[in-house]
Design a protein around this ligand. Sequence first.
Ligand SMILES: Cc1cc2nc3c(=O)[nH]c(=O)nc-3n(C[C@H](O)[C@H](O)[C@H](O)COP(=O)(O)OP(=O)(O)OC[C@H]3O[C@@H](n4cnc5c(N)ncnc54)[C@H](O)[C@@H]3O)c2cc1C
Ligand code: FES
Length: 310
Amino acid sequence: MEETVCERSVGSVSNEIVRKETIAPGFKLMEIRAPEIAEKIQPGQSMILRVDEEGERIPMSVADWDRERGTVTLVFQELGLSTKKLGLMKTGQRLANLAGPLGKPAEIGFFGTVVCVSGCFGTGPGFALARALKEAGNRVIYIAEALKSEFLFWLDRLEEVSDRLIVTSGDRKGGVARWAKDPLKEVLESERVDRIYLVGCTFMLMSCSRASEPFGVETRVSLMPIMIDGTGMCGACRVNIGGEIKLACVEGPEFDGHEVDWDELMERARGYLKEEERALDLWEVDNWHHVRYRDREPEKRKKRGGPRRC
Ligand SMILES: Cc1cc2nc3c(=O)[nH]c(=O)nc-3n(C[C@H](O)[C@H](O)[C@H](O)COP(=O)(O)OP(=O)(O)OC[C@H]3O[C@@H](n4cnc5c(N)ncnc54)[C@H](O)[C@@H]3O)c2cc1C
Ligand code: FES
């Protein structure tokens, strides 16, 4: 597939993977050489990459960057075909393309006390956001959520950029699920909060936005609808914000969480489940030597059902 003008103009660079780490089961970190992107990227922005010439476009938020080394870091969860293929790439290999920075940067400023909430892979971009908010002089309370405690990562880094770190997961408290919305509600009941930032899966963004609404605290959500071109031309990422249609890739991804039409967003995110499952099945048949046996068991796959997000 030909590169778009946008990809050439915003940073089609060496794209070499200079570091790769498994940071939790199914979660990987990749540091990629991309000096033109590293020079400009801000918290809240993203990139779109392709693993190979036949690969689909994968949007990924920036988790960190090093302007001197000319690298950007992303953290991803291996979910379906494209993220599994990405996870198989090795240090020294190059991505077919990497375009960015895309989207508007997060709104950073001095607000007073801010609460940042991240879920699963969202802890990557959530870290970059919290660091910028801390540098802007805010008191930062950070809530890190994961489906299981083994999926929590970067807690030491989060401690460095926050005044208080609350960790919660679906398997805590004797098996009773305690999701981010629970500690968020407790914080809101116990002290004054000036702003809330949410990064992670759509379900967490929705439940935390609903939890904060009665308290009237401005809640900024970083939306991750299906994106294709990432430049405002295909319309795939349209979201309904307070009755107005917005393109998350160019007008977002950050919006007011109390204005989002969550039902519509969830429905659109599930639009290609069958095709996604089928693409993964076909790829796993051809690449059985790369995948774990349990991933290929049809019964387990059925139970897993739909996107493997929390
Ligand atoms: C702005 C933005 C930033 C993102 N940042 C990160 C990140 O930092 N780390 C991370 O792990 N994931 C991130 N995602 C989600 C990531 O892009 C998807 O998980 C990935 O594209 C799934 O592809 P797949 O083939 O592996 O899985 P599939 O099996 O194809 O899809 C699994 C689920 O992922 C979602 N998805 C699929 N394709 C896309 C797409 N093109 N755009 C958005 N969602 C999609 C759908 O809800 C789908 O049901 C981000 C998405 C957006 C829009
Ligand atoms: S991804 Fe195509 S318009 Fe936003």
